[in-house]
Design a protein around this ligand. Sequence first.
Ligand code: SF4
Length: 459
Amino acid sequence: MLLRHTPTEVMERTALTVNPAKTCQPIGAMYASLGVHGCLPHSHGSQGCCSYHRSTLTRHYKEPVMAATSSFTEGSSVFGGQANLLQALQTIFTVYNPDVVAVHTTCLSETIGDDIVQIVAKAREDGKVPEGKHVLHANTPSYVGSHVTGFANMCKALVTAFAEPGTKRGGQLNLLPGWVEPADMRELKRLATALGVEVVMFPDTSGVLDAPQTGVHEFYPKGGATVDEIKSAGSSVATIALGLAGSASAAEALEEKCQVPREILELPIGIEATDRFIEALCKYGARVPEAVNGERGRLLDMMADMHQYTYGKRVALFGDPDQLVSLCEFLVALDMRPVYVVTGTPSTRFAERVKKVLGPGADTARIAEGAQADMYLMHQWIKNESVDLLIGNTYGKYIARDEDIPFLRHGFPILDRVGHQYFPTVGYTGAMRLLEQILGLLMDRQDRDAPEEKFELTM
Ligand code: SF4
């Protein structure tokens, strides 16, 4: 009953956000940085911001997330954080010896206007950046955009810092995975390899945030794209960027800097989006092996067999724009009805993208994006007309409990379950997992609510 004061009457708001369907930019920048091998993310701001960002990532991935901070005090808040960042870089390279320090800003350092380019140049001049080591930065003010914006900004910063124009290498493709789980990144690489395509993928958090337990703590786990790999992205024949919000700006920067043509696709979640991903790979010499055909066939079989349980079910979804567009498309393929779709990440093309995948269902769906597209609004819509399934991050559990709705945890952050970092939802096998999770929830609910005479052993 935590949200019992949510009224059913929806009033137009211009300023207030209640229970936002997003989190802050630096979290995304930190996540992208962790997808570079030997990289230490650095938060240029106060300790509190860094602590919050680290703890959110740690709770979601169940792995210790390392990051440094400029540790602003009252003095640096007034006079600027240059001295703190210079000292921090010296200490980081002396004590922690990373290959790369990826600096992102916070609300505070952006508001006072710290010039990171100038500070990093001074650090180099002063000999605080050892030979062969790298410092890059992304501006990530959290009063703009969301964690997805921060992720995209850091991906673009990786291109700006490292990608080098070069002779085109036949066959090598760049793959920008967008904000997906480490398991998804692993699955994207597996699919590309199965199809015989050589890819450079960055960022790549597989092997970093899903690293195996070996009994030995590794400050810099084995995973992550290396600096040399990102440099070579400028010599690839093309870039496939997955997710407009998460990857498009980096792909555009790569095309501008190194003349590598880009193709932007939706995240390959669900059968149709995965088909398009596979077709895109096929343009660059990929051949679909029987094993991948088999995966698609098994997904199709599962969708057909279980159609009676998914048909016509009303679904409410909230989360990140790229995830939501592909999830909606998959739900429509299952003959489900996404009726409420909400993202807190501002995105001018979001409604257009969702409507496109919803097809005729777009006429009755409610779609909202931006600051006032929050979970409060979604709850109000649900109170007015309920749904059969709610999909979103952990924060949805309050609405699900209050309204007694089956709840699928998907997106970021998931703080109260495991599995999301280990089992992919991209590709055909990922779609099977998603469908299995959805079916489990719907069938459990059917069992719970079935009268005695309709309580079936076989479903
Ligand atoms: S919103 Fe701004 S002040 Fe708050 S944690 Fe994020 S970066 Fe720090």
